[in-house]
Design a protein around this ligand. Structure first.
Ligand code: NAP
Length: 313
């Protein structure tokens, strides 16, 4: 049995791993299919303390991984296919192995919400992207649309101006949700053109993205915008399908935790975006990852020589 098994390789997962390693618990961390999580797809992180010039999301995640590994975390590049939290030790099944876990820290994060319009899925990887850091380079001197008005959309629209000749920021309202400093930078950027009050109704192909159909939600007017790429940043959905029916989730599917990151099952903790509905930041994910690991350590110490606590509720 492994004393601590951590699911997810974003800031919450790596921090939990660092703390559990320093408690000499020799944690196992299963990365999932998106190494570094959402943070790794962020071009520039400017508000995580300690990096006065900012740092690339991928670089920050690599540093956290290096730190966790140096301290003794065992990292497995694998994906979880099922978990059984109804027995103790908990069982974690991946494509490659089965793990028995004394405690489980869930840091599986969130995944991009899809636009849900014709052409989106068909043209994914052929002009439709959810990661400017990964794909921006392919749009040198091309035109792209970024969809959304939150921090992700606006930050990544600014990033894309390094490559693209024109970046259309398509937002469904006439006011951005992003932080003011970010908004100001976008509004001052000559390469960014805002398209207000509009939603994408179709991504046009057929072999590669050639444009998007837009609908003005105020006037009802339909139009076509010619672009070579579409970067969608319209929010996220929690990665909790594995836990449905075994852990208490809220109405949006986020894992419910108490202040100390305990879930509804003793010995199972959740950290980072998967349990965070309001302030999804690297700084908050790091904090909750540390708390989850410390609680896991306490649980293991209390369990020594005792039976696993009866299920609550
Ligand atoms: P978000 O804050 O939820 O913003 C999603 C945006 O997409 C909103 O502008 C929303 O419009 C729009 N939207 C939602 N559903 C839509 C739909 N069906 N069609 C068209 N537009 C739609 O998501 P996010 O920008 O990915 O950010 C997620 C979290 O990470 C936030 O807490 C954010 O602050 C944080 N984050 C922070 C930073 C940073 O601090 N530098 C960077 C990235 C992300 P409305 O505005 O009309 O609701």
């Amino acid at each position: 049995m492994d004393q601590v098994v951590i699911l997810g390789s974003g800031p919450a997962g790596w921090t939990a791993a660092i703390y559990a390693s320093r408690s000499l618990l020799s944690p196992v961390l299963i990365t999932g299919n998106a190494l570094g999580g959402q943070a790794a797809t962020t071009s520039e992180i400017e508000n995580y303390p300690g990096f006065p010039q900012g740092i690339g999301g991928m670089d920050l995640m690599q540093l956290m991984q290096e730190q966790a590994e140096r301290l003794g975390t065992r990292v497995f590049f694998d994906e979880v296919t099922s978990v059984n939290l109804r027995q103790h030790p908990f069982q974690v099944q991946t494509y490659g192995a089965t793990y028995e876990a004394g405690t489980l820290i869930i840091a599986t994060g969130v995944a991009p919400r899809l636009l849900g319009v014709p052409g989106e899925t068909e043209l994914k990887g052929r002009g439709v992207s959810y990661c400017a850091t990964c794909d921006g380079f392919f749009y040198k001197d091309k035109k792209v649309a970024v969809v959304g008005g939150g921090d992700s959309a606006v930050v990544e629209a600014i990033y894309l101006t390094r490559f693209a000749s024109r970046v259309y920021l398509v937002h469904r309202r006439h006011e951005l949700r992003a932080q003011k400093i970010t908004q100001e930078r976008a509004l001052k950027n000559d390469k960014i053109e805002l398209i207000w009050d509009s939603v994408v109704t179709e991504v046009l192909g057929p072999d590669r993205v050639t444009g998007v159909r837009l609908n003005n939600v105020k006037t009802g007017a339909e139009s076509t915008l010619e672009v070579d790429g579409v970067f969608s940043y319209i929010g996220n959905l929690p990665n909790t399908q594995l836990f449905a029916g075994q852990l208490e989730l809220d109405d949006a599917g986020y894992i419910l935790t108490d202040r100390d990151r305990h879930t509804s099952v003793p010995g199972v903790y959740a950290a980072g975006d998967v349990q965070e509905r309001t302030l999804k930041q690297v700084a908050t994910a790091v904090g909750s990852g540390a708390m989850a690991a410390m609680e896991a350590e306490k649980f293991i110490a209390e369990l020594e020589g005792h039976a696993y606590p009866a299920r609550q509720g």
